[in-house]
Design a protein around this ligand. Structure first.
Ligand code: LHQ
Length: 254
């Protein structure tokens, strides 16, 4: 974990194993998101990987060649799903900065972020079907919503590596940056996220989640409630003042 201005970097740091996920890393990851959600000086979060990979998914060597089938579901429940929940419940924008390959659950975690940028040398690899496993860690939920059902199904079953051109064209990522200087470019992008009205962003995140599943009437009721809450923020006042002064607003996150 590292703080750069108002941006909290959460970095997978096991480069010798392509940042493949262990129990300890998953537990730390959940804690890191929960802590960043609470910390007042954090207005945006970057999830990144050290070394040549973003994240290669579950550490398969830790599972061994013949693990007990029940351990998979248990591992998802105990370790992976709490991370996803922490990400969704964090009211601050999360940016996945995919600087190298993102495979299996590594790709899933990037999909669960609010924004994605990638380096021109990175790739997404769904990976699960090569092990005859269904995509997990929320991939079946997030990927069709991002790129459409047909493309998601193709990638999950037949897809090899999804490179930067395809990722950008299909809306899987928001930006592609050159590998040289990738971290600074990701930080700059995160700073634009950190400059948003942070409280309103948290409300938007909740509203979008509600709108994904609720009937229209319920989504509109939720929208009314949140709009009154947004109107009560200091940043709304700043936005209104700037509008009438014909200037750009500076938001404080309050
Ligand atoms: C690895 C891994 C890895 C260990 C590369 N583990 N060593 C959760 C809970 C319960 C059940 C199941 O599901 C899950 C979630 C999951 O994430 S399951 C999916 C797990 N991930 C994968 O299947 C990805 C496997 N890896 C790959 O497909 C490739 O290695 C990628 C595309 C990541 C990278 O390809 P390359 O750039 O060609 O590198 P490489 O294949 O040569 O890998 C470099 C080394 O890293 C190599 O070790 P070595 O000793 O030969 O240098 C790999 O064995 C090791 N490695 N991923 N997940």
């Amino acid at each position: 974990m590292e703080q750069r201005g108002a941006v909290r970097w959460i970095v997978f740091n096991r480069p010798e194993a392509m940042n493949a996920l262990t129990d300890v890393m998953l537990e730390a990851l959940e804690r890191a998101f929960r802590e960043a959600a609470r910390a007042e000086d954090v207005r945006a979060i970057v999830l990144a990987g050290r070394g040549r990979a973003f994240q290669a998914g579950q550490d398969l060597s830790a599972l061994g060649e013949a693990p007990e089938p029940e351990t998979y579901g248990a591992l998802l429940k105990k370790r992976y799903h709490p991370v996803l929940r922490a990400m969704r419940e964090t009211p601050k924008p999360i940016l996945a900065a995919v600087g190298g390959v993102a495979a299996g659950a590594g790709m899933s975690l990037a999909l669960a972020a609010d924004f994605r940028v990638m380096s021109d040398r990175a790739a997404f690899v769904p990976a699960f079907f090569k092990l005859a496993l269904v995509p997990d860690t929320g991939m079946a939920y997030f990927l069709p919503r991002l790129v459409g059902f047909g493309r998601a199904l193709e990638w999950m079953t037949l897809g090899g590596r999804i490179g930067p051109d395809e990722a950008l064209r299909t809306g899987l990522v928001h930006r592609v940056f050159p590998a040289d200087g990738f971290e600074s470019a990701a930080q700059a992008f995160a700073e634009t996220l950190a400059a948003l009205p942070t409280k309103t962003f948290g409300m938007l995140k909740r509203l979008l989640q509600k709108a994904e599943a609720a009937p229209l009437g319920e989504a509109l009721a939720y929208e009314r409630m949140l709009q009154s809450a947004a109107a009560a923020t200091e940043d709304h006042r700043r936005g209104m003042t700037a509008f009438f002064a014909k200037t750009e607003p500076t938001f404080t996150g309050r």
